[in-house]
Design a protein around this ligand. Structure first.
Ligand code: THU
Length: 133
């Protein structure tokens, strides 16, 4: 992991500390870096109606888009887990909307990390969708 990635992991851990997760107690932080260098963050926000919960990654994407940034370089996702936790399928699809081969760094609170490209985690995200003969 590069030094800058380590700094982003530290930032994501800080953001995870602000997660609202009273039901699962599973705190997730995401740091999304735009190609223009801007940084957007997200944490999971749960709801008593469980299905309304929004993951950390999607909150970071939505904040970026609202700020006018749609071109992303990488996302760092952290949780306090043994093995770096994988983003859920919904978040993979939302990330792929903007950058199907995004660099994805998954890390735990101890700084252990694994790096992927989104196309490894979600192949063929849009093939055939809305494509009619
Ligand atoms: N969660 C995320 O924020 N990101 C993920 O990639 C996986 C799951 C959140 C949703 C919920 O608040 C808690 O973690 C347990 O699933």
């Amino acid at each position: 992991m590069q030094t800058t990635d380590q700094q982003l992991v530290a930032q994501a851990i800080e953001v995870a500390g602000r997660a609202y997760a009273p039901y699962s107690n599973f705190l997730v932080g995401a740091v999304l870096v735009g190609r223009d260098g801007r940084i957007f963050t997200g944490c999971n926000v749960e709801n008593i109606s469980f299905g309304l919960t929004i993951c950390a990654e999607r909150n970071a994407v939505f904040a970026a888009v609202a700020a006018g940034c749609r071109d992303f370089e990488l996302i760092v996702i952290v949780a306090d887990t043994e093995v770096p936790a994988s983003p859920c399928g919904a978040c993979r699809q939302v990330l792929a909307e903007f950058q199907p081969n995004l660099k994805v760094v998954l890390a735990n609170f101890r700084g252990q990390s694994e790096t992927f490209h989104l196309s490894q985690l979600l192949p063929r995200p849009t093939a055939g969708i809305l494509d009619r003969p």
